[in-house]
Write a protein that binds this ligand. Structure first.
Ligand SMILES: *Cc1c(COP(=O)(O)O)cnc(C)c1O
Length: 368
């Protein structure tokens, strides 16, 4: 069914499963003799084992999501990973509601439980996603490049400021000029200046703007962008909206913002890091969105084949955690965050400092 199993699998089950995938690739066929230039030849046995003999990578020359006939196992791995990851993206958005509803559920019966899950599933609307073997910045670049031929006159990207170099460079590398919108200080929080965004769009002309590039996960005192307002502005001016959700999957609040933005306005794609959200080595990201054909267009923009390693790592991780294990980690993170907040407050008081009051930031805290 392509869903993340509720309970995690043990190591030997996962290995058996990976071996079954690997024997479907032609390089592992008995008596195979490939004469092409790319036949999954590997000199070192150590390297072969490190990759579970899945040597073909993913995609075909024209599309990173396409099926490769020579490599049925690797192709299946890729499809499964994308589908399991999609399931988990939905789960993270749903998680917030589950907490509220759990209170009810304790009081009411199992009919209500069914209703709860029905309602929960109804709030999430992510329709498509795929794993790319590039980190977040390059994945954002790929999104911008996909938009380029749809908006031939566009030169600018509207970008509410965030002090992070790779998201800035993602726009430069794609060949666009970032138009920095300074945030406004509200109490201790730095928040999106939506009026300035709209004024800039009017001044530059909507057709000259490639997209609005907003951010959810960020360091305090900046807080996640006002995604609802930005999404509405994008819908009104017919401007694409790309969201940098670098480490936002592990925060139900960030996922909820994306959900709401897409509901009331326009979000074309949102990008998240694999290592920051799924505890795997650096090397991959997930590009997700609400419009299947746009997400497919992005995957078709990727030139050539790609490494299967990031997909393999995240699939192994999610199979071993299971949905319940991942949810448990989300819950622990949330509890640790409130503990960190209360202890940091004490520390600040003891040293004549002040913990900044940034309630809209669910991930980061700052002292002053
Ligand atoms: C980590 C991060 C990036 C860049 O991520 P890479 O995976 O290193 O490309 C961009 N923006 C924000 C907000 C980040 O936290």
């Amino acid at each position: 069914k392509g869903k993340c199993p509720e309970d995690g699998w043990d190591e030997s089950t996962i290995e058996l499963f990976l071996h079954e995938l690997a024997v479907m690739d032609s390089n592992n066929f008995l008596g195979n003799c490939g004469v092409g230039e790319r036949e999954g030849r590997v000199a070192s046995e150590l390297v072969a084992r490190r990759h579970y003999r899945l040597i073909h990578g993913i995609g075909r020359s024209g599309d990173i999501s396409a099926v490769q006939p020579k490599a049925a196992g690797s192709s299946l791995l890729n499809k499964l990973t994308n589908s399991v990851v999609l399931d988990v993206l939905k789960l993270s958005g749903r998680y917030k509601y589950e907490n509220i509803f759990h209170l009810w559920v304790r009081v009411m019966n199992s009919v209500c439980l069914f209703l709860t899950y029905f309602l929960c599933a109804g709030v999430q609307t992510v329709t498509n996603c795929f794993v790319v073997p590039m980190a977040t910045g390059m994945s954002l670049t790929l999104c911008f490049l996909t938009l380029r031929h749809k908006r031939p006159k566009a030169k600018y990207i509207i970008w509410p400021r965030i002090d992070q170099k790779s998201c800035f460079k993602s726009m430069i590398t794609a060949g666009f000029e970032p138009v920095v919108i300074e945030n406004v200080l509200e109490g201790d929080e730095l928040r999106t200046d939506t009026e300035a965004v709209e004024a800039k769009i009017k001044a530059l002309g909507a057709e000259n703007i490639l997209c609005v590039h907003s951010t959810t996960s960020c360091f305090a005192p900046r807080v996640p962008d006002r995604l609802e307002e930005l999404s509405v502005i994008c819908a009104n001016y017919d401007i694409p909206h790309i969201v940098n959700n670098a480490y936002g999957v592990q925060s139900s609040k960030c996922m909820h913002l994306i959900q709401q933005g897409a509901r009331v306005g326009r979000i074309d794609a949102f990008v998240q890091s694999l290592d920051k959200n799924f505890m795997v080595p650096v090397g991959g990201a997930i590009i997700a969105g609400f419009n299947e054909s746009f997400i497919q267009e992005i995957s078709k923009m990727y030139p050539g084949k790609a490494s299967a390693s990031p997909s393999l790592d995240v699939l192994i991780t999610l199979l071993s955690l299971g949905a319940s294990g991942y949810k448990q980690l989300l819950k622990e993170r949330k509890e640790m965050f409130s503990y960190l907040l209360s202890e940091l407050k004490k520390l600040a008081d003891n040293h004549n400092e002040r913990l900044l009051d940034t309630p809209h930031n669910p991930i980061s805290l700052g002292n002053s």
